[in-house]
Design a protein around this ligand. Structure first.
Ligand SMILES: [Fe+2]
Length: 190
């Protein structure tokens, strides 16, 4: 059984006892090892969204639902992160700053994250995310800080140049994904 309130309480207690990602990663790995229980507790993914389950200065917990084919451009977090997938898949591309042109990034690696998997990212990770499958992906994202307001960077999808993260644009990304998803569902239903 997965109880979202208990899960949040467990993560808060873990971070209070140990501010690194270690204990939280274990809690999340345990949770997504039983995807059916998480789906039962959080509900089946219905539409693309990023829902805040908990938010404080030291901890942010999000339930992120990616639309089919949805992509988020390279960005940093400036705090540790732990991501666990409970439905579908999330592909990560990792990027690094180019020493001779530090405001640009180059691809440095990749990690396909499947259902039941949880991974931890360090403070200075830069990644982009894609949902490569034809249905919604559900993942719990946990950050070791105030993820919703901290100043962060993202890198232009076309030029890979760094700029300040535009939260309004990020919000619109989910809105547009929602509109496209709803239209595709109506098309399927019709
Ligand atoms: Fe991220």
């Amino acid at each position: 059984m997965f109880d979202p309130e208990q899960f949040v309480a467990d993560c808060r207690a873990a971070v209070a006892a140990d501010p690194t990602h270690k204990a939280v990663r274990e809690i999340l790995a345990r949770a997504v090892s039983e995807p059916a229980a998480v789906l039962n507790g959080l509900g089946e993914p219905k539409r693309p969204e990023s829902r805040t389950l908990f938010h404080s200065v030291s901890l942010t917990i999000l339930n992120v639902i990616w639309a089919p084919g949805m992509m988020v451009m390279p960005h940093d977090h400036r705090m540790w992160a732990v991501i666990g997938v409970y439905s579908g898949r999330e592909d990560n591309i990792f990027w690094r700053r180019i020493p001779s042109t530090p405001n640009k990034v180059e691809a440095a690696g990749a990690k396909a994250l499947s259902e039941k998997e949880a991974i931890a990212f360090g403070f200075d990770i830069i990644h982009s995310v894609i949902n490569p499958i034809g249905r919604l992906t559900g993942a719990i994202h946990i950050y070791g800080g105030d993820f919703l307001t901290v100043e962060r960077s993202e890198w232009d999808a076309m030029t890979l140049d760094e700029h300040r993260l535009d939260r309004e644009q990020r919000r619109r990304l989910f809105e547009q994904a929602n509109e496209r998803y709803e239209a595709s569902q109506q098309h399927t239903a019709g």
